[in-house]
Design a binder for this molecule. Sequence first.
Ligand code: C2E
Ligand code: CA
Ligand code: CA
Ligand code: CA
Length: 275
Amino acid sequence: AKQEGRGRLRFYEARMGVQVRERRQIEHDLRHAVERGELQVVYQPQTRIDSGEAVGFEALLRWHHPERGIVPPNLFIPIAEETGSILGIGEWVLRETCREAVSWDKPLRIAVNVSAVQLHAPGFAELVHEILFATGLSPARLELEITETALIRDLPRALATLRRIKALGVRIAMDDFGTGYSSLSNLRAFPFDKIKIDASFTRAVDSSEQAATIVRTVLGLGRGLGLPVLAEGVETSAELAFLDAESCQEAQGYLIGRPGPIGGFQHLTAEHGKS
Ligand code: C2E
Ligand code: CA
Ligand code: CA
Ligand code: CA
């Protein structure tokens, strides 16, 4: 058994070695991903539940690695945050999406994810301002998605930055609501325009009374605070029917549309008749 244990340990160390090397390689490759044109933004529609009409898109990052293929954001964004690459990558995403959105016939919103590292970096509000100016996008069409976890690093600093961004006319959405902590005080203190209910709750509304209760409570909270609520991760018509019955304003999820290149959504961005 001891022998076996040692063997396992050696195997484990070897695997760790591979993981460390692989991670270093990813860190290195990430630093050049923007300039090599390996990043792509895909778009996922967000709709009003009562009318079914599209109100905007969330921009989601994809990395086409030359050898690894598509690397999912949940894998590379945490690494990019640790190494600081997220600053360049995040700026690229913001500029790319604003430039893209300006070209649409319809003034739909574009929601862009902002990492804690970006939010706390000096000059972030000024960067947002510069990008709006350079691309000519109307500030009201831009929505920044921020998680609670991104705020807590330095609450006063985050608040000051968000206020400056709000003053530009840009909207702020609280992302993944319900998965962090101190949600209620943050909702009150921060200038949010929207609450996004995390997919883990949405997914379970039709199977768990507990999840249904949580979603109803968040919707009540939104009504009380005058904040519209968007449910993420809507996959079934039963989930959508529940949200509709509970007067949830907006939805996003595979049922409505999977994230994809913007070209696939011309029926949403173009005026009728044009394409
Ligand atoms: P998120 O902000 O919560 O984005 C929603 C995620 O749920 C996306 O995963 C989306 O593809 C996925 N999704 C949408 N509808 C459904 C559904 O009906 N069912 C299921 N199972 N999933 C659905 P994705 O694109 O893999 O992104 C994962 C996370 O990576 C995002 O979570 C966000 O935290 C982060 N991320 C993506 N793009 C960016 C970016 O440009 N900047 C930053 N900082 N983070 C990003
Ligand atoms: Ca998001
Ligand atoms: Ca989310
Ligand atoms: Ca479900």
